[in-house]
Write a protein that binds this ligand. Structure first.
Ligand code: NAD
Ligand code: MG
Length: 380
């Protein structure tokens, strides 16, 4: 697999985004090379704390040594716990094992759990941190673009159930997030692109100047220049703004689901077979559908749709359902999946629609029949 190339080895300046949630406020530090100074940053925030570092087998091989050297330099005592890479680790058996290992390592309430990995490690470790001793400090060191711009911000933690994804969990905010953008150099291109769909989403949902900036600078974001730090920082700022306005998702936070109702239906339709579709690819196609559907409803004109399509396709993201390998189910089946989604009220569907780039809004009264007809046409 091709990986992102490293454009410069200079340390770019550290950027900080603060998430202001009263006594649960925390900072997200962003910059290339941050992992090497993780130890001193953690020691400054929580002097004397011991750590349980949770990672997966892939990230362990690539990046654990750098973190451990930094912890050793800062004199921080720590235990390491490793899980298999992949979504299937977000399960009860891993949760149970990790809780026991953290207790077995004699970590106390004032010690901290560190997640070194992507969203899987972050969600699972965060839930362990929320549960053990009724809540331990939690530090995120996200290592995928998706986790740097999305899952490490906002405090949602959890695991999957046989009844569905992310159905068991807790809100548990981290005390610190360290996003080392240089770590993304080892990420396979497909994962980087999938994370980029969420970056573009922030522009599309509420920040037209950011979307325009991405149109001009996406190549440097992929190549790993200071523009990558900028894109991560602006994305974290966007998510933080929404989270601060609506920590427990009663209103505005739903905007973050732009492209996700259609996207989730497609992920579910391919039975989460990542060879066919990964989350960010579903979001990319879903954002296109949300714009096309908004055009259908007379909210935007074709030029807006064309602009979104141009950008998502030029970075290499899929933009149409026909790009998903294999057969998709008929519109009726996709509608059943959408109806099972939690966003149904009194027979009407909730969708994130848009009045233009950067002007998404929550529409609660979408008639299923209209969506059905739209999907029939898009699938044909
Ligand atoms: P992931 O954690 O599975 O990481 C993807 C793959 O990349 C894994 O195989 C991992 O081992 C590998 N990897 C990680 N960092 C790497 C690096 N630097 N170099 C090379 N390989 C690396 O998946 P993800 O996409 O990061 O996260 C997906 C998860 O995030 C899902 O479980 C999803 O539900 C969750 N999520 C949570 C939230 C939230 O708010 N909590 C938001 C969005 C998504
Ligand atoms: Mg998402």
């Amino acid at each position: 697999t091709d990986t992102i190339s490293n454009a410069s080895s200079d340390l770019s300046p550290i950027q900080t985004v603060s998430v202001d949630l009263g006594d649960r406020s925390y900072g997200i530090e962003i910059g290339r090379g941050l992992l090497e100074t993780a130890g001193e940053r953690i020691a400054a925030l929580r002097p004397g704390a011991r750590l349980a570092v949770i990672t997966d087998e892939t990230v362990e091989k690539l990046h654990l040594k750098t973190l451990q050297a930094s912890l050793a330099k800062a004199g921080i005592d720590h235990a390491v716990m490793t899980i298999p890479a992949g979504e299937s680790s977000k399960r009860f058996s891993q949760f149970e094992r990790l809780c026991d290992e953290v207790l077995g390592a004699r970590l106390e309430r004032n010690d901290a759990i560190v997640a070194l990995g992507g969203g899987v490690v972050g969600d699972l470790s965060g839930f362990v941190a929320a549960a053990v001793r009724r809540g331990m400090d939690f530090i995120q060191i996200p290592t995928t673009l998706l986790s740097q711009v999305d899952s490490s911000v906002g405090g949602k933690t959890g695991i999957n159930s046989r009844h569905g994804k992310n159905l068991i969990g807790a809100f548990h905010q981290p005390v610190l997030v360290l996003a080392d953008t240089g770590i993304l150099d080892t990420l396979p291109m497909r994962d980087f692109r999938a994370g980029y769909a969420e970056v573009a989403k922030y522009g599309l949902l509420g920040d037209e100047p950011f979307f325009a900036w991405l149109e001009a600078n996406w190549k440097a974001v992929f190549a790993g220049g200071p523009e990558r730090d900028e894109a991560v920082a602006r994305s974290c700022q966007s998510k933080a703004d929404v989270v601060v306005a609506d920590e427990r998702e009663s209103g505005r936070r739903a905007l973050l689901n732009l492209g996700h109702t259609f996207g989730h239906a497609l992920e579910s339709a391919v039975e989460y077979e990542t060879a066919r579709l990964v989350h960010g690819e579903g979001v990319s196609i879903g954002m296109m559908l949300a714009h096309e559907f908004s055009e259908r409803l007379g909210l935007i004109d074709g030029a807006v749709v064309a602009r979104v399509e141009k950008h998502l396709s030029e970075v290499g993201l899929p933009i149409r359902m026909s790009q998903i390998p294999g057969q998709l189910p008929p519109a009726g089946t996709l509608m059943d999946i959408i109806a099972q989604d939690k966003k149904v009220s009194r027979g009407n569907l909730t969708f994130i629609l848009t009045r233009g780039i950067g002007s998404a809004f929550v529409e609660k009264g979408v008639e299923p029949a209209v969506v059905h007809d739209f999907l029939v046409e898009k699938l044909s």
